[in-house]
Design a protein around this ligand. Structure first.
Ligand SMILES: C[S@@+](CC[C@H](N)C(=O)[O-])C[C@H]1O[C@@H](n2cnc3c(N)ncnc32)[C@H](O)[C@@H]1O
Length: 234
C-alpha cells in the first residue's frame, strides 16, 4: 500500500472556482505540494490559502524561471523523490495545479516521473482558457469554429502562420512576448478583434484593448483572446 498522488486542478485564481472534488481532496490531504518561484510566494498556494484546513505538511517545489529546461528538470527529479517518500509512507499527496493539471500544467513533469510507481489521480480544474472567455464576456468559439491555443514564445514567423489560420485563438504565455504578439496581430489586421486579459478571476484582474497595454508591465499570467469573425455566435 502507498498513498495516492493527486494532481489537483484548483482553477484560475478565484478560490470559489475550485471543484467540489478538489476541495474535498485538498482538505483531506496530509501533504500539500505546489510550484513556487525561487523566492517568494506560490500563486497556487495563495489561491487555496483561505481553504486550507491547517496542520498539513507543505512541500514548495521551487522552480527557476529559466528558458533552459535542464535546471528545472533537476528540481522535478528531486521533488519526485521527496513526494515519493511521503507516498511510500502511505501519506496521500495533493499537488496544487493552477487551472487544469493537464492543460500546459507543470504537474505533467511529476506525473511523468511518478505514475509508473505510484497511483495517480488527476482532478480536472477550470482552466484559464474558459475563465478568460468568461470574464471577457465573449464566447470562446461557436458553431464550427476551429479553436487554437498558440504559445506566445513561438518565433515570429511561426506565430504569424498560426494566427493566420483558424477562427478563434487563445495566445498563452504572453508575458515578455507581448510586443511581438501585438506586432503580428497588427500586421495581420487582427488587433481590433483581440483582447488582453491579465490575471483572470483574481482580485487584480485587468482586461484591455491591445493598444492600451504597456509591454513592460505584462505578467506571465496573461492571455490574448482573438476571434476573427467577431460576434460569430449572434
Ligand atoms: C503554463 S500555462 C498553465 C495553464 C493552466 N494549467 C490552466 O489550466 O489555465 C500558463 C499560462 O496560462 C495562462 N493563464 C493561466 N492562468 C491565467 C489567468 N488567471 N489569467 C490569464 N491567463 C492565465 C497564461 O497565458 C499563462 O502564461
Amino acid at each position: 500500500m502507498t498513498g495516492i498522488l493527486y494532481g489537483l486542478g484548483i482553477g484560475p485564481g478565484d478560490p470559489e472556482l475550485i471543484t467540489v472534488k478538489a476541495l474535498r481532496l485538498l482538505k483531506a490531504a496530509p501533504v500539500v505540494a505546489y510550484p513556487a518561484p525561487e523566492t517568494g510566494e506560490s500563486l497556487a498556494r495563495a489561491i487555496v490559502a483561505p481553504l486550507l484546513p491547517g496542520g498539513q505538511r507543505e512541500v514548495a517545489i521551487r522552480v527557476p524561471l529559466l528558458v533552459e529546461r535542464f535546471p528545472a528538470q533537476e528540481v522535478y527529479d528531486r521533488a519526485a523523490v521527496e513526494l515519493g517518500e511521503h507516498l511510500a509512507a502511505e501519506r496521500d499527496v495533493a499537488v496544487l495545479c493552477e487551472g487544469d493539471p493537464f492543460f500546459y500544467g507543470s504537474f505533467m513533469y511529476l506525473f511523468a516521473r511518478m505514475a509508473e510507481r505510484f497511483p495517480v489521480e488527476v482532478v480536472p480544474g477550470v482552466s484559464s482558457l474558459t475563465a478568460c472567455a468568461a470574464v471577457l464576456g465573449a464566447p470562446l468559439a461557436a458553431r464550427n469554429d476551429v479553436l487554437s491555443v498558440v504559445p506566445a514564445p513561438l518565433d515570429e514567423a511561426e506565430l504569424r502562420a498560426r494566427l493566420s489560420s483558424g477562427d478563434a485563438t487563445a495566445i498563452i504565455k504572453v508575458g515578455r512576448h507581448f510586443e511581438k504578439v501585438r506586432r503580428v496581430l497588427e500586421e495581420l489586421g487582427l488587433s481590433e478583434r483581440a483582447r488582453y486579459i491579465e490575471r483572470a478571476t483574481m482580485a487584480s484582474q485587468r482586461i484591455l484593448p491591445l493598444g492600451s497595454v504597456d509591454p513592460g508591465d505584462v505578467p506571465y499570467f496573461s492571455m490574448v483572446l482573438l476571434h476573427k469573425r467577431g460576434e460569430a455566435w449572434s
